[in-house]
Design a binder for this molecule. Structure first.
Ligand SMILES: NC(=O)c1ccc[n+]([C@@H]2O[C@H](COP(=O)([O-])OP(=O)(O)OC[C@H]3O[C@@H](n4cnc5c(N)ncnc54)[C@H](OP(=O)(O)O)[C@@H]3O)[C@@H](O)[C@H]2O)c1
Ligand SMILES: [Zn+2]
Length: 337
């Protein structure tokens, strides 16, 4: 297990996070800083690379007294845990070491670092750079979200550091969810792993299900080839026997051409047989000719034996199971345990 991880970066229009002089280039304005402070205040830990400490000597504290007081009122430490990684060591006078609320990793792969942070109770991790650290998180698939602030500045010097270094990131499109103007800065909220993002939306949708002792809470979302949502639904949305995939599909005209290249996501493997209705969700998906299905949790054999994944695959649908989201899907209801 690892924390939910947000990479935060401010860059110029031409993709630089600093200039090539020894002076620190100011990219954000006060309003943007305030948003970043809010993000810090909602995080359990903030991680930066050793070079960022060497170059900028950041304090990595929550600036707002009110936000620190709110954290304390909720029984949390005043500031998030400060985290860094180094092989060459750091100046002990750096602001990073000002109190004991910090941890330094000297010889651990990033996957072990995030696992260890989870073990220390870190559920939400904010990563504030620099380029090497951001690159490692993205290239290793360890980032859930990117908050990218684009400042209206041109640096125009290729010797300056960029948001990311060269790496094999895959070339998949990310999900863009939200573009805000904050002062004169454009803030983009990006989600690097679309399947993960949409399954989380399904899990949120499943929380809306009316309670039942005999049926699981499930959420489903149908997404088109450009990453735009077509419809969503949850179990028991319209009556006490309706299933999530069926309810999402009931909101779409089955002749809609977008379905032919869409993906249907569900927090639970679609059902293959049903006592209450003539058609199972797997049959609905086959009928809608949706070519791809992604789910988080295999159907536990509590109520019926699930064979939805096999049925869909047999019909030529690309079926993807994401067991890395299974615990989150399961946590919605005690029926799953
Ligand atoms: N605009 C922004 O939002 C923003 C934010 C942060 C930083 N910055 C800028 O980014 C620049 C620094 O970026 P950078 O890429 O040079 O450095 P960085 O990512 O801050 O730090 C890289 C260093 O971290 C250590 N490290 C990384 N992964 C490690 C691992 N798995 N195990 C052990 N140590 C590990 C290594 O330290 P050792 O050298 O000790 O081996 C490595 O040299 C600065 O110019 C800073 O101003 C900009
Ligand atoms: Zn069903």
């Amino acid at each position: 297990m690892r924390p939910y991880t947000i990479l935060s970066c401010a860059m110029s229009i031409d993709g630089y996070i600093d200039d090539a002089t020894g002076q620190r280039l100011i990219l954000s304005g006060d309003r943007d800083w305030d948003h970043v402070d809010e993000l810090r205040a909602t995080s359990d830990a903030i991680l930066v690379g050793a070079n960022t400490i060497r170059a900028d000597n950041p304090r990595l504290r929550v600036r707002s007294g009110q936000r620190r007081a709110d954290r304390v009122a909720k029984g949390r430490p005043e500031n998030p845990l400060r985290v860094t990684m180094t092989t060459r060591g750091l100046d002990p006078e750096a602001a990073f070491f000002a109190d004991d609320n910090h941890v330094v990793y000297t010889d651990a792969p990033l996957s072990k670092v995030v696992e260890d942070l989870y073990g220390r109770g870190v559920r939400r991790l904010m990563v504030e750079g620099g380029s090497s650290v951001h690159t490692e998180f993205l290239a290793q698939g360890l980032a859930d979200e990117i908050r990218l602030a684009v400042a209206p500045i041109l640096v125009g010097d290729h010797r300056a550091p960029r948001f990311l270094n060269d790496a094999d990131f895959g070339k998949d499109r990310m999900v863009l969810r939200g573009v805000e103007q904050v002062g004169d800065v454009a803030v983009l909220h990006l989600f690097p792993d679309p399947d993960r993002f949409w399954l989380r939306e399904c899990i949120e949708e499943s929380r809306k299900c009316p309670p039942s002792d005999t049926a699981f809470p499930v959420g489903a979302v149908i997404v088109d080839a450009e990453g735009q949502e077509i419809a969503r639904g949850h179990s028991r949305e319209f009556d006490m026997i309706g299933h999530a995939e069926e309810n999402a599909l009931s909101k779409v005209d089955l002749s809609d051409p977008r379905l032919r290249t869409a993906t249907i996501y569900s927090s639970l493997e679609p059902c293959s047989t049903r006592k209450s209705r003539p058609r199972s969700c797997s049959q609905w998906i086959i009928e809608a000719a949706i070519p791809r299905m992604v789910f988080a949790l295999r159907e536990p054999s509590r109520f019926v034996v699930g064979e939805g994944a096999e049925l869909l695959a047999g019909a030529g649908i690309a079926v993807v199971e994401r067991p890395d989201l299974a615990d989150e899907a399961r946590a919605v209801s005690p029926l799953y345990s």
